[in-house]
Design a protein around this ligand. Structure first.
Ligand code: IPM
Ligand code: MN
Length: 357
């Protein structure tokens, strides 16, 4: 296979972890006889510095022409000024919207070798295997918002808007995934309060009955979900929810695995390139020190091979290699529990060595 991949290393630890993911992709290319062509482009805070915008047109153009995009992380204190004209995060929202990436897949499966890394007891988390499908281009993130004068000073508003089609397409992605997994789908909403949630509920129920009668479907309110996620995580298979609820629940869910440094995500549209990224942020506190955990970025590369290039064997070989590295006891600092740890590059090297075995 011949594929054009765009790399958006971004800010903070982004470039360090994307480097390791690229090394792993290269190892896969030579082992399985593929040719991957990489184009590295500015995005996020570094793009604000060099181009005055977090998502330059040429970056977006290169992404559109590619088979898939691998992103590190964006943001940092340097660009945190609330009065700034633009922010790195705006680039992330823009690329999601521009590429039509409405479905964000965030698998949460604690590694059996790292059960003790989670702040939760291992008997609660062991056996957990959840796929979160977060709606990514609608809701509060993209609804009408603004400020207006108010007797007390000012009034600000953000609105959650969803239409039938937006709900249907993301629930369909989730239900199709459920069908290939354990056949269960949970839809999370706040239908006791929000009108947008009541639409989600009606549309999902209709779609599930019409197209996925064999998938066991239930609904849970988001506040109870926050509770169930840490009290009985094993009971969930695929979970689908709107943008903001998904943002919050997946950060909570990441703690089931102990470290955000392990979690990849895939953002997919109905056609065109997908965007793959670790769910951790730019971690400015440890940027440039060579200690960041590259495994989430490496696992994001594996999702890229699976979902955009349909190279399932190659994707699984990366996952097996990561599993072997962890079972052999290799750790970066974030998951070492104070014990001996490897740097970012050494960890990448261990994964590449495990691939060769
Ligand atoms: C995420 C992040 C982003 C989001 C931020 C950086 C805009 O938290 O991908 O979960 O809220 O979607
Ligand atoms: Mn988030």
């Amino acid at each position: 296979m011949d594929a054009r991949l765009v790399l958006l290393p971004g800010d903070g630890i982004g470039p360090e972890v994307v480097d390791q993911a690229q090394r792993v992709l290269q190892a896969i290319a030579s082992r399985f006889g593929h040719a991957f062509h990489y184009e590295c482009r500015p995005m996020g805070g570094n793009a604000i510095d060099s181009h005055g915008t977090p998502l330059p047109d040429e970056t977006l153009g290169a992404c559109r022409q590619s088979a898939a995009v691998l992103l590190g992380a964006v943001g940092g204190p340097k660009w945190d000024d609330p009065h700034a004209k633009t922010r790195p995060e705006a680039g992330l929202l823009a690329i999601r919207k521009e590429l039509g990436l409405f479905a964000n897949l965030r698998p949460i499966k604690p590694s059996p070798w790292l059960l003790s890394a989670s702040p939760l007891r291992s008997e609660i988390i062991s056996g957990t295997d959840i796929l979160f499908v977060r709606e990514l281009t609608g809701g509060l993130y993209f609804g009408a918002s603004g400020r207006r004068p108010h007797a007390s000073g000012e009034e600000a508003y953000s609105t959650m808007t969803y239409n039938t089609g937006e709900v249907e397409r993301v629930v369909r992605v989730a239900a199709e995934a459920a069908r290939k997994r354990r056949g269960r789908l949970t839809m999370v909403d706040k239908a006791n309060v929000l009108e947008a949630s009541r639409l989600w509920r009606a549309v999902s129920a209709r779609l599930m009955a019409a197209e996925f009668p064999e998938v066991k479907y239930d609904v849970v309110l988001v506040d109870s979900m926050a509770m169930h996620l840490i009290s009985r995580p094993r009971d969930f298979d695929v979970v689908v929810t709107e943008n903001m609820f998904g943002d919050i629940l997946t950060d909570e869910g990441s703690m089931l695995t102990g470290s955000m440094g392990l979690l990849p995500s895939a953002s997919l549209g109905s056609s065109g390139p997908g965007l793959y990224e670790p769910i951790h942020g730019s971690a400015p506190d440890i940027a440039g020190q060579g200690v960041a955990n590259p495994l989430a970025a490496i696992l994001a590369a594996s999702m890229l091979l699976r979902h955009s290039l349909h190279l399932e064997t190659e994707a699984e070989s990366i996952e097996t290699a990561v599993d072997n590295v962890l079972s052999a006891g290799f750790r970066t600092r974030d998951i070492a529990a104070g014990g001996p740890s490897l740097g970012t590059i050494e960890m990448g090297t261990r994964v590449i060595e495990a691939l060769a075995r």
